[in-house]
Design a protein around this ligand. Structure first.
Ligand SMILES: Cc1ncc(C[n+]2csc(CCOP(=O)(O)OP(=O)(O)O)c2C)c(N)n1
Length: 633
């Protein structure tokens, strides 16, 4: 594999060399991910597919689009990034997802799911328009990603325009958690159906001979098709009915067979789908057995398969997601109207706690954020109270549903937005940068963020009270700050903040967990004789106007800070208040600047954006004009 700097080098090998190459590639992924972290099972599951695709197709001229992109490590390694692969997901290193700026082989930037068919179809239509008839377009999509509406929108369009598109369905029966839904049942059905498989074998026998027929290939394929249609008249194929030619199911781990099939499919024009059956985590036993855990396991001992958890000396605070999961069950035990909804993130959001405790009241609806929101709206019309948990970044997809289906009808839906703020190593596709801004401008919407576990519980409790309307609670990835977090529930009056520290020189207004940096910064500043006041706003909407009147009456220097985009965020809201009410103070807004922030640890990115503890101290010093800041410059 060391000789492979790109697909052209791969093409020099004989077919019999492909298996050993797959073995080496798989081992390299295991070697690196075990010590550097990242997504794991998905890339192992497509090693053979990746090798076969680059072996047969003329990438990057032929355009290969990976869906989600968490499975594209093999692709990165084979396309010139083998040496850089150990920097995967590390600050300033290569991205964990395909990225156009990174390589010409990364034809489309991904991270969010279910975009591949639409993107590849766009490319196919463009090729047709430019008369590039020899160009191939391939979308590789998982059975999980296929559950999203957008994937169907793509299929629907592709079957109609008849462009040259190959969809490869990587069917491993898994999303991050086990895949759910009727489509999954259907795929299992066609994979295991005896009639279907018998006919399939006949098709493959014929296809095996295809290359020999050259120009007549098309004719043969239609004969075969008619054969299938005749035999399976009653058992119609979903993809066939959408005007795709369906091939498969095939063993996605037989690299030689896959290469032969892909070669034959090159000669078949129009939309076609190849159904590959694979095993997520293939080739690494622990990952094959517990596929959810090994989706992104963190560091591990590759020999023993033990996941390495650093054992901290002191007891740790819980993750916000777990506080959410346990608190939801606690609330639901007391309030029979509460329901749980997650679009394919039971483990990631800890909704699995409620799904286990109350299976009839908590739903994984598949990778379907739009549906999750409108489904929640439907529940709410019937007097139920859904807690719809969606990562901040994925909620972007359901924005119209939030406005049109929930807010406009002022329905009681609680949106718990996990991973609000910079997400870390997943990078710009996953940062929860925009939710405060995009929620704040929606009428009827309450927008809140807790600074710690107790506030998260109290906000959830508050949101569960009667007729609050749409209520968003956003919290970050990772741990909170309280070890004893199972506090008594208290209702927080909507639109009220709290003063955490009185001060003299300047006021700092924070929202959310990031307020803990401010606490540290204020402690440090106090040592040098600077006394900022600190307010935890709790609500970005409605803003605590009483509190803001006090702030702007007393302080002519104000800093706002949020782990979210500066444009349109709470800082903007506070400045709007200031101008509307005729105050004038010098205000510095800290938050994510108006650009996309790459990947790195959360702390590295907070630093880069200028709102880690150190940066807050620096900003305060600069604004109050302390000697410290004069010294610095
Ligand atoms: C819009 C969106 N929602 C949720 C996710 C989180 N997510 C990442 S991978 C994944 C599962 C994908 O399953 P599948 O497509 O079958 O690929 P596999 O991991 O099984 O290879 C999910 C839900 C996402 N990336 N994008």
């Amino acid at each position: 594999m060391k000789k492979i700097e790109g697909p052209n080098d791969l093409k020099k090998f004989r077919q019999e060399d492909l298996e050993p190459i797959c073995k080496e590639l798989r081992q390299y992924i295991i070697d690196v991910v075990s010590v550097k972290g990242g997504h794991f099972g998905a890339s192992l599951g497509v090693v053979e597919l990746t090798v076969a695709l680059h072996y047969i197709f003329n990438t990057p001229y032929d355009q290969l689009v990976w869906d989600v992109g968490h499975q594209a490590y093999g692709h990165k390694i084979l396309t010139g990034r083998r040496k850089n692969f150990p920097t995967n997901r590390i600050y300033k290193g290569i991205s964990g997802f395909p990225k156009r700026q990174e390589s010409e082989f990364d034809t489309f930037g991904v991270g969010h799911s279910s975009t591949s068919i639409s993107a590849a179809l766009g490319m196919a239509v463009a090729s047709e328009y430019k008369n590039e008839k020899d160009r191939q377009h391939i979308a590789v999509i998982g059975d999980g990603a296929l559950t999203a509406g957008m994937a169907f929108e793509g299929l629907n369009h592709a079957g109609f325009v008849n462009s040259n598109l190959l969809v490869i369905l990587n069917d491993n029966c898994m999303s991050i958690d086990p895949n759910v839904g009727a489509l999954k049942e259907y795929l299992t059905d066609i994979t295991t159906s005896h009639t279907y498989n018998k006919v399939k074998d006949e098709v493959w026998n014929l296809l095996g001979k295809l290359s020999k027929f050259g120009k007549n290939a098309q004719e043969i394929v239609s004969k075969v098709e008619n054969g299938i249609k005749g035999t399976l008249l009653k058992q119609s194929n979903l993809f066939e009915s959408l005007n795709f030619r369906y091939f498969g199911p095939v063993d996605g781990h037989d690299v030689v067979h896959l290469s032969k099939i892909l070669k034959d499919l090159k000669d078949i024009p129009g939309p076609k789908i190849l159904h590959c059956v694979t095993v997520k985590g293939k080739g690494y036993k622990p990952a094959e057995i517990d596929q959810t855990k090994w989706h992104a396991p963190g560091l591990f001992d590759k020999i023993t398969g033990e996941i390495i958890k650093s054992v901290p000396k002191e007891p740790q605070s819980p993750k916000y997601q777990d506080v959410f999961g346990h608190t939801l069950v606690e609330l639901a035990e007391k309030n029979s109207k509460i329901m749980g909804v997650t679009p394919a993130m039971p483990s990631g959001s800890s909704m699995n706690i409620m799904m286990k405790a109350m299976p009839e009241r908590a739903f994984d609806v598949g990778i379907a954020e739009q549906h999750a929101v409108t489904f929640s709206a439907g529940l709410a019309t019937q007097g139920l109270l859904p807690f719809c948990n969606i990562y901040s970044t994925f909620m972007q997809r359901a924005y119209d549903q939030v406005i049109h289906d929930v807010a406009l009808q002022n329905l009681n839906v609680v949106f718990c937005l996990d991973r609000g703020g910079v997400a870390g190593a997943d990078g710009p596709t996953h940062h929860g940068a925009f939710d405060i801004a995009y929620m704040r401008c929606v009428p009827n919407m309450i927008v809140s963020a807790p600074m710690n576990e107790e506030e998260l519980r109290d906000l959830m409790y508050t949101a569960s009270q009667k007729n609050k309307g749409p209520f968003a609670i956003r919290y970050p990835r990772g741990q909170g700050v309280m070890q004893d977090w199972k506090t008594q529930f208290k209702e927080i009056p909507v639109g009220t903040g709290r003063m955490l520290r009185e001060g003299q020189d300047i006021a700092i207004l924070s929202i959310g967990h990031i307020g803990n940096y401010v606490v540290d910064a204020c402690n440090e500043l106090e040592q040098s004789g600077v006394y900022p006041a600190h307010f935890d706003m709790r609500f970005a909407k409605p803003l605590d106007e009483k509190l803001l009147h006090q702030v702007f009456s007393k302080y002519n220097k104000v800093i706002t800070i949020e782990d979210g985009c500066i444009i349109g965020g709470i800082g903007s809201g506070i400045v709007e208040f200031m101008t509307d009410k005729g105050y004038y103070s010098k205000v510095k807004r800290l938050g994510i600047p108006d650009r996309f922030i790459d990947h790195g640890s959360q702390l590295e990115l907070h630093k880069e954006c200028g709102y880690d503890t150190e940066s807050i101290v620096r900003t305060v010093n600069k604004m109050v004009g302390s000697r410290e800041s004069l010294k610095v410059g």
